[in-house]
Design a protein around this ligand. Sequence first.
Ligand code: NDP
Length: 412
Amino acid sequence: MANVKIYTTDFCSYCDIAKRLLEKIEVAYEEINIHGDPAMRDQIEELTGRRDVPQIFINDQYIGDDDSLAALVNSGEIQSLLGSDQPTQVETKSNIEERNVIIIGGGTAGFAAGIYTSRAMLEPLLLIGNALGGQLSLTLDLENYPGYFGTEANEFINGLKQQAEKFGTETRFETVTEVDFKQHPFWVKTYDQEYTAKSVIICTGSSPRTLDIPGESEYGGKGVSYCATCDGFLFRDQRLIVVGGGDAALEEGIFLTKYASEVFVVHRRDQLRASQIMQERAFKNDKIKFIWDTVMEEVVGDEQKVTGTKLRNVKTGETQFFPIDGVFVFIGHNPNNQLFQDVIELDGQGYVIVDRKQQTNIKGVFAAGDIHDHVFRQAITAGGAGAAAGIMAEKFVAELENRSYPAEISTN
Ligand code: NDP
């Protein structure tokens, strides 16, 4: 029998895809999880020239990642590598899994919906996507979630996942690629699997717009932030830049003056987009200074933290290095609605429209968290909405199956 080894880490959707493919072709494998093991990562780099996972070996021969595995399976070449005479059985027709409730998105709203629907014995499936935690994955600390006395956002989100799983939520690192809500049960497709569900809860969140400049992603969590409420306190008596000229930039900039010694608002024009009242508040604040007609071109640091930025005046073309301790970017958010355009009703800004019971315009499809809420955008508000969506999904499925449910909550 062939010796198949697959190197993986925790929270790796591509690793799950590769493992499922091996299972589909009924090949036994040894999984080596290198999570938190830099020495193993170095070793893999030595063997493969790559630091990412999954990486797969058959009889000590390196064959590549999940894509390489899929190509070998599809071409049939895998057979000779496995030393097998038997044609490899690959299921060409996908098995459609039938579920009660599918939750799309692994942030606070999604896990709250998972906790409620699993406690209702609905065995929900939560499709996390590639990354755990939604907006919380962008921040280090979480101190404002009532009842949570830890401080680490990462620990909090792992706790939510465990709590949801404890009650029977099945979580998978799969990214949804397509949905069809015209049919019922609803149809949900990921890269390699199809599902139907009696009810769907959309918790895909929103993503802060990024500047897309050198150093920005490298120093994410090391001085570059998209959430003043989450990270502001880390910058006591330090100098900060806020990028943007809208209400969010000024509101968050004013908030940051509680901690920072100075806040420089860097705006690409000489006029703010923010409302008059917010402008007046910012102009009155002694700690806030404006750098007009200026764009940020690079975030610079010493590998551990941000130390400065490169700024360019768009009118004069003059560039300067500007020493700074932190950069907060508030240039708007984009709801993660790509799957739902022309599928459910969105508002003018692209957020999913829900009623007070988290119901979208399609009965049985609910939404919770930043995908519909562009006002509060807090973990606690997303969690509350997720819980409400979970309760409503439970009610919807119960009605569908003519089961009783507390009468005071109606889906109408
Ligand atoms: P906005 O779209 O209102 O503002 C975004 C700002 O970022 C603009 O000044 C824009 O510049 C700037 N910007 C956009 N892209 C870039 C870029 N690539 N580089 C540099 N600057 C860039 O977003 P907000 O998040 O501020 O607000 C969203 C909505 O929420 C608004 O309707 C706002 O009123 C509302 N809101 C209300 C609050 C309140 O009332 N308290 C608080 C927060 C938000 P430019 O102006 O040149 O386009």
